[in-house]
Design a protein around this ligand. Structure first.
Ligand SMILES: NC(=O)c1ccc[n+]([C@@H]2O[C@H](COP(=O)([O-])OP(=O)(O)OC[C@H]3O[C@@H](n4cnc5c(N)ncnc54)[C@H](O)[C@@H]3O)[C@@H](O)[C@H]2O)c1
Length: 341
């Protein structure tokens, strides 16, 4: 039984706490929020869990094995670092940190101290995203050519971070998981339509070492909610629509074949529109799979799928995207820094 402390009971923390409370392998020892009113809410729902507004009280408790951080992005680095220095395993919400340098420091610290560092890239634990991963890995799509994605809705305008730092971690972590690679470079066009200085729409273009291109649209301004990704391969194509209740993934046996010309200039294209298949997908809550995975990693010492390096790859991509966004969409190289082997 692992003893965990949930830190940050705002919008997202309650979802994490509910899952850890329900897991038989976890005992929630503390809930911590610096705002007394947030803490009171948590305590009224879970009176058996000890509460504190003082993070040091959590870190000073020798019985606590791990902290689960659901606090604002700007606090991730200091809170995670203090926890690792106190000998606690860390689960930290996405994005792992606000800078690549901080991400590198956490990765190295966790490695030196032999502690688990896992990032809340929740979509990596969602059954449809995992189904797409297995389809890509099976080779059924052929060579992956490009990916396009829309994550837009009339969303909550954040006060401290742009839409890039808020929404793009989801798509970047999904791409990192699916393609098993970090993009080389990024170029972003964005605009602050409502709050001056905080972009709420961005079009992010990524190039991967394998040649894959990706275009991500993220916005808090849209008449409808879209969570739609298209993956185009050399053999087949795929649509992942997270707003669909049943058929979230559709595999299209569609494509275009290029026939070698018999004479110069006489090429032929043959278009194929075959079956459309929607695979069965489990309805398990991603957060439950994510929390179970964290506990398993604590028990076995295995490296989490969304480990510190996965968190670092996403943060480095976000940092480069931010730079491009503020420099007229320049093509910015993505540098994940040095973390040793
Ligand atoms: N994985 C996902 O799908 C997902 C979804 C939403 C939010 N998030 C992430 O969750 C994190 C929290 O987001 P949110 O929307 O819940 O924010 P929020 O502002 O609603 O809640 C954060 C809470 O942390 C508390 N807090 C801040 N500093 C603290 C400290 N030093 N010690 C103790 N408590 C402290 C605040 O009082 C607040 O109650 C962010 O990193 C966000 O990106 C992840």
């Amino acid at each position: 039984m692992k003893k965990v402390a949930l830190v940050g009971y705002g919008y997202w923390g309650p979802n994490l706490l509910r899952n850890y409370i329900e897991l038989p392998g976890a005992w929630v020892q503390w809930v911590c929020d610096s705002r007394p009113e947030a803490l009171a809410k948590a305590r009224s729902r879970y009176p058996a869990v000890a509460g504190t507004t003082d993070y040091n009280e959590v870190l000073g408790d020798k019985d606590v094995d791990a902290v689960v951080l659901a606090t604002p992005i700007s606090t991730h680095f200091p809170l995670a670092k203090e926890a690792l220095l106190a000998g606690k395993h860390v689960f930290v919400e996405k994005p792992m940190t606000g800078s690549t340098a901080d991400a590198v420091e956490l990765v190295n610290l966790a490695r030196e101290r032999r502690l688990t560092l896992m990032v809340g890239h929740t979509f990596v634990f969602s059954p449809p995203v995992r189904k797409v991963k297995s389809i890509i890995d099976s080779g059924e799509l052929g060579e992956i050519l490009f990916v396009t994605s829309s994550r837009v809705n009339l969303g909550l305008h954040q006060k401290d971070v742009s839409v890039v730092w808020d929404l793009a971690p989801h798509d970047l972590s999904i791409l990192h998981y699916w393609l098993d690679e970090t993009p080389n470079s990024v170029s972003v066009a964005g605009r602050a339509c409502i709050n001056p200085g905080i972009p709420d729409v961005a079009f992010i273009n990524l190039r991967f070492p394998s040649g894959v291109l990706a275009e991500l649209q993220v916005a808090w301004l849209s008449p409808v909610k879209l969570r739609r990704t298209i993956v185009v391969g050399s053999k087949k194509m795929l649509l992942y629509d997270d707003t669909e209740s049943v058929e979230k993934v559709k595999l299209f046996d569609h494509g275009v074949d290029f026939k070698d010309p018999e004479t110069f200039g006489e090429y032929q294209l043959s278009y194929r529109t075959g079956d459309i298949v929607s695979p069965k997908i489990a309805g398990t809550e991603p957060l439950l799979i994510e929390a179970t995975h964290f506990l398993e990693c604590l028990d076995t010492g295995a490296r989490p799928i969304t480990d510190g390096l996965a968190g670092l790859a996403v943060v480095a991509s976000l940092e480069a995207a931010d730079y491009s966004l503020h420099h007229q969409g320049c093509i910015q190289t993505i540098d994940t820094g040095t973390t040793g082997s």
